[in-house]
Every structure is written in structure tokens, then in C-alpha cells.
Design a protein around this ligand. Structure first.
Ligand code: NAD
Length: 481
């Protein structure tokens, strides 16, 4: 059944302000039912080339000459349009990603908020004057890179487009966006609204298509001045190699194996909902999912029992029925997660019930809480990208740190303890781009710089910090005697 909420033709490509038909199309599927939803464009290397050319013209033309305050106004208008259409955007995302409706609504409002935040920041990005011998005046200019390429994944399309395209536009870049083939519809909706908001032709170009085709062509294009990639480690390696070949900067937002660390003195009533939600949100397909729960042995039984009870009470269902947990994005993703679970069938402590009336074509997998595994087990080391959490016991603070820091990733971490000095020690020594103390935000708010270390990637998006990444610094040194 076609997606009922679409107010536009989804099989088009946006280049230079024109919605062009594609030579070939790809199916978009509803993960809740497995039914076809729409057809989207299968953009080619030629389409990417045309999009980069259009972006270059916009960067050198109308958009590049737009005053920062006016760029900000366009983004602010876009934010209001997204907020006005938030319900429709959320329903499209729920259908396309299988994301429970209230989580999709939160993503739509986050997209609006990114536009509002970066709209407000556009005219507040300043250089510095630098003390130097008195016969000189030295200052810095923050300039846009020019053309920025954005390759985004399917799990949080609206949030990731907001944080990368929003910041890049605010800084004065012209963008080429390649959404994920599994979930391109809200990228297209967003681009329609951007036109309505007055974004000039070419400032945002959208070319849906396959990763190895349109994605690889964008990453390798010599006309792109900066690459922003969010996705898997394997593809991140290829993107960085492509960026290296053209010697352009790249931001990589990759995966994670984020820990939440629960000490015996923690406020468990507050912690418990955060522990579970950070594992099952978006069916665990979240880069900052808290997939490892480290628990001090004195409260191990209590935390395990309470998390197990919460798992048994989870409601699975179709995204549109707004359950706690929806389907995974695809049959392939489901098989991958099941493959991980098959590594240790005896480790399952609790699973959510699978309702008998789930649509047979949907990609459902009952969330699983695991225990009794060592911290070096694959299930405690590798990113699973599904609704699976592993409980790992510890005795001392040092042991907690060693386990928490003992993976190849370093994206987000949380510490639950009433001891203020311990909070500070842990925050300092945890290997992560974000640390939450007695809280967890799965990536945090729009305002909070976000990104990883190790195999979680490098560079920061979100917050004001992102604007530094989407600009380059020029130093001007003037001798005046
Ligand atoms: P993926 O790497 O397969 O795909 C991401 C994007 O890259 C898609 O648009 C895809 O079409 C494109 N792509 C694929 N092959 C390509 C190639 N050869 N050249 C250029 N582009 C190519 O990732 P995914 O499966 O869509 O997403 C899941 C992964 O993303 C997980 O590892 C997850 O942790 C990570 N992720 C990270 C963050 C973060 O902010 N750190 C956020 C969301 C997802």
C-alpha cells in the first residue's frame, strides 16, 4: 500500500531546485508489515555530479552571498514549517523506518529544533583578534567549506539530517544529501519544506540511491569540500579513504557499545527507566544505545530482576500503533541480530513477549536481556544494533572503568552514583564523546556536542561545536606600522 501521508512524488531527485525523475527506482518497504510503501529514486553517479555542480553554483552564488542573519531566517522558517508538519513527518518516518509513532514525533520535533537552533546560531559564528606585535593587527575569519556532502543512515534520518545539514547550511555551505536507501522519505519531505522556506536553488540537493552507487560517487567527488558521514564502521573506513584521496576533511559518526554504569549507591528508581529505554529505543538501532549495563555486585540481583520485569512488560507492535518497540528495519537486520543471539542462547535472562497477531511480514524480534557473559564476549564487545542489552557485574570503580573502556568504541557513557567525587573521576576517565551523570540522553539534546573516539568516529556534530567543523579558519595578519 502506498504511504498515505506523502504530499509529493517520492521517486524524484532534487538538483538545483528542480525535482527530476530518476532513470531507475528502488522500493521503499514498511518494516511493520513488509509491504511496499513507495518507490524512490536510484540516483546515479551522473546525478551526484549534477548535484555537486548545482551546489557549487549556489555556494558561489545566491546562497554564498546570503547574509548570515538571512541564512538564519531561512532556517528558522524551515524549523517552523517542520514543526507545523511534524505529525505528517512523524507518520512518514514511522511507516518508512518502523519507528514507534511517539519516537518518530520526537525526531520530527528534534529536526524542527535543529533548524531553530542553527538558524539562531548562523549570525553568531565569529572569529577572533589575536594579540601580536603592535605594528600588526591579526584576526580570524570563519568561512564555509563550500560544498558539503552528507551521507546519512536509516535509523534517525530526521535527527541526523537536522544536525548535519542544518549546521552546514547555517555556516553558509551548499549541501548534497544522500539519504539511506532504506529510509529516504523524510529527507525528501524536508527538502520540499526547505524550498517553501525560501532556501535558494542548489543550496540543498537530495539524491537518494544505493550506498555503493550514489553514496560512493558523492564521497569520491572532487567537487566536494567536506564530508559528513553517519553510519557503520566499514563504510566509514571507505568514506575516510575517499576523503583522503581528495584531501578533504571528514566527520565520521560511527557505531558504539555504550555503557551505563550503576553503582550500589545509585538512585535505582530514577535509573531503571533510563537503563531499559536506552536499550530498546528505536528497537536498539541507535548508535548511542546503552547496550552494556555494568552493575556493582551489591545491587546486581536487584537491577537484573527489575530490568527483567521491565523487559517482560514491553509491548511490541506496528509502528503506527505506537508500541514500546517496533520492528527492525529489514529482514537482513533482523537476521544479523538473531545471529548474535545465537552465539549465546543460554545467556538470555528475559525477553519481551511477541504478540501472536503481529503482521507476518514485519521484521519483529523480541528484545533480549542477557547476563552471565564475560566482558570480552562478542556480545559484550561488538555493536549488535538491535534490542539487546548485556548486564556485566563489577566490584570496584577501577574494574568498572576497565570494563567500560574495554571496547574498540567510545561514543556515550552514563554513571549512576550519589558520590559526587566519583562522578567527577568517572567523567574524567571514561573514554567517550559524551558522559551523562545520573541521566542518559541517547545522544543528548540538540545543543550538546556529540561524536566519538576510537571506532565510534571523529569530529563533532550538534551544538555550536558543529559549526566549527562546517567552517574553515582563515587567519588575516595585517602590518600597518
Ligand atoms: P551503513 O554504513 O550501511 O549506511 C549508512 C549510509 O552509507 C547509507 O546512506 C548508505 O547508503 C551509505 N553507504 C553504504 N555503502 C556506501 C559506500 N560504499 N560509499 C558511500 N556510502 C555508502 O550504515 P547503516 O546500516 O545504515 O547504519 C547503521 C550504522 O550506523 C551503525 O553502525 C550505527 O551505529 C551507525 N550510526 C551511527 C550514528 C552516530 O551518530 N554515531 C548514528 C546513527 C547510526
Amino acid at each position: 500500500m502506498p504511504c498515505p501521508e506523502l504530499w509529493f512524488d517520492p521517486a524524484r531527485i532534487l538538483i538545483a531546485g528542480r525535482w527530476l525523475p530518476a532513470d531507475e527506482t528502488l522500493p521503499a518497504e514498511d518494516p511493520s508489515t513488509g509491504a511496499p510503501l513507495a518507490r524512490i529514486a536510484r540516483g546515479s553517479a551522473g546525478d551526484i555530479d549534477a548535484a555537486v555542480t548545482a551546489a557549487r553554483a549556489a555556494a558561489a552564488g545566491d546562497w554564498g552571498r546570503t547574509a548570515p542573519a538571512d541564512r538564519g531566517r531561512v532556517l528558522a522558517r524551515l524549523g517552523r514549517l517542520v514543526a507545523d508538519r511534524a505529525e505528517a513527518m512523524a507518520r512518514i518516518e514511522a511507516a518508512d523506518v518502523g519507528k514507534p509513532l511517539s519516537q518518530a514525533r520526537a525526531d520530527a520535533l528534534a529536526l524542527a529544533r535543529y533548524c531553530e537552533f542553527y538558524g539562531g546560531a548562523a549570525d553568531k559564528l565569529m572569529g577572533q583578534t589575536i594579540p601580536y606585535p603592535a605594528d600588526h593587527t591579526v584576526y580570524t575569519l570563519r568561512e564555509p567549506h563550500g560544498v558539503t556532502g552528507h551521507v546519512v543512515p536509516w535509523n534517525y534520518p530526521m535527527q541526523i539530517i537536522g544536525r548535519s545539514v542544518g549546521a552546514a547550511l547555517a555556516a553558509g555551505n551548499a549541501c548534497v544529501l544522500k539519504p539511506a536507501e532504506e529510509a529516504s522519505l523524510t529527507a525528501l519531505a524536508f527538502a520540499r519544506l526547505a524550498q517553501e522556506a525560501g532556501l535558494p536553488p542548489g543550496a540543498l540537493n537530495v539524491v537518494p540511491g544505493l550506498g555503493p552507487e550514489a553514496g560512493a560517487a558523492l564521497a569520491a567527488h572532487p567537487g566536494v569540500d567536506h564530508l559528513s558521514f553517519t553510519g557503520s564502521v566499514g563504510v566509514g573506513v571507505q568514506i575516510q579513504a575517499a576523503a583522503a584521496a581528495n584531501i578533504v576533511p571528514v566527520t565520521l559518526e560511527l557505531g558504539g557499545k555504550s555503557p551505563q554504569i550503576v553503582f550500589a549507591d545509585a538512585d535505582l528508581d530514577r535509573a531503571l527507566p533510563f537503563l531499559v529505554r536506552a536499550g530498546i529505543q528505536n528497537a536498539g538501532q541507535t548508535c548511542s544505545a546503552a547496550s552494556r549495563i555494568l552493575v556493582q555486585r551489591a545491587v546486581l540481583d536487584q537491577v537484573t530482576d527489575r530490568m527483567a520485569a521491565a523487559y517482560r512488560a514491553l509491548r511490541l507492535g506496528r509502528a503506527m500503533d505506537d508500541p514500546d518497540v517496533g520492528p527492525l528495519i529489514s529482514a537482513r537486520q533482523r537476521a544479523m541480530v538473531q545471529g548474535f543471539l545465537d552465539l549465546a542462547p543460554d545467556a538470555v535472562l528475559a525477553r519481551a513477549p511477541l504478540p501472536a497477531d503481529l503482521p507476518p511480514g514485519g521484521h519483529y524480534l523480541a528484545p533480549a536481556l542477557l547476563g552471565g557473559l564475560g566482558p570480552d564476549h562478542s556480545l559484550a564487545q561488538d555493536e549488535i544494533f538491535g534490542p539487546v542489552q548485556v548486564i556485566l557485574p563489577f566490584d570496584t570503580e577501577d574494574e568498572a572503568l576497565a570494563i567500560a573502556n574495554g571496547t574498540a568504541y567510545g561514543l556515550v557513557a552514563a554513571v549512576w552514583t550519589a558520590d559526587g567525587a566519583r562522578q567527577m573521576r568517572m567523567a574524567r576517565h571514561l573514554r567517550a564523546g559524551q558522559v551523562f551523570l545520573n541521566s542518559y540522553g541517547a545522544g543528548g539534546g540538540v545543543e550538546l556536542p556529540f561524536g566519538g573516539t576510537g571506532r565510534s568516529g571523529h569530529g563533532r556534530e550538534k551544538g555550536f561545536e558543529a559549526l566549527y567543523g562546517f567552517t574553515r579558519l582563515k587567519t588575516v595578519a595585517a602590518w600597518h606600522g
